[in-house]
Design a protein around this ligand. Sequence first.
Ligand code: BG6
Length: 298
Amino acid sequence: MSWTQDQSSFDHIAGVSLIAGNGGMPAVRVSRGALKGELYLHGGHVTSWKPPHAEEVLFLSEHAVWNYTKAIRGGVPICFPWFGPKSDQPAAPQHGFARTREWTLERITEEAGGVRIDVSDRSDERSREFWRFDYALTHRVAFGDTLKMELVVQNAGKEPFLFEEAQHSYFRIGNVQEVAIDELHNRYFLDKTDGKTKKQHGKITLQGETDRIYFDTADNISIIDTVLRRCITISRKNSRSAVIWNPWIEKARALSDLGNDEWQKMVCIETCNIRNKVVRLSPGESHVMGTEISVKSI
Ligand code: BG6
């Protein structure tokens, strides 16, 4: 377990505790009246956010695996430094290694009616087995009326590098066949379920397996959920691509860490910079990509 901050240094911050979470894995729990949140050091991974005025917003699989070998299925996994399979090394972990590394708790502070938790991860011998560059990652997560997450990537080495990144958010919804995704209509995407064919659609609803990469994206994307009677808005910063994913029936059955029917209650809308939107950083430079999630009743 890697805490750089002694619990006593944030004892004055009400409603925050360091816990042994599922599988005994270290996590930070926020519980302040009706505001709840949880972040695991495994992957620097947010697994829960319940704003004061609404029910849980993030989907978390009942079959998620709580050990150090696998990414947690649900919440907000972080994909870095590549997305999907690594093109020149098929045996390397899918979506990069950041989501299965043990991050360090840097600090916990009060922020605008909520709590901000900063966690970090730095390159080491194990990361260099797959990617030779030196990096420093920080995930700044503020739980409050909104959930604000900023992923800071710094080039801590002596040569430039290119990377891909994603905040792979899983949203909890009433029924995937009843939601509409707003603000992406008529924009081009690559359909990964159809040989990466370039397509365009008007109103976006999900009626089958969905795995799309949008390159011409909007800053704000909304999920209109008429079953849970709420609208989730995802405001994105410095993100030039987006992914929409739902495995549907067959693919869900093939995922051992997702229940057979759970695909109906989730949709992933991912803030990312991937494929032709990779980011280049020179030594010493940093890049910040952010997602801010808000919810309102409809
Ligand atoms: C999405 C990808 O981002 O993540 C999909 O576009 C992939 O192709 C999905 O299946 C889940 O990936 P994983 O590695 O978490 O099972």
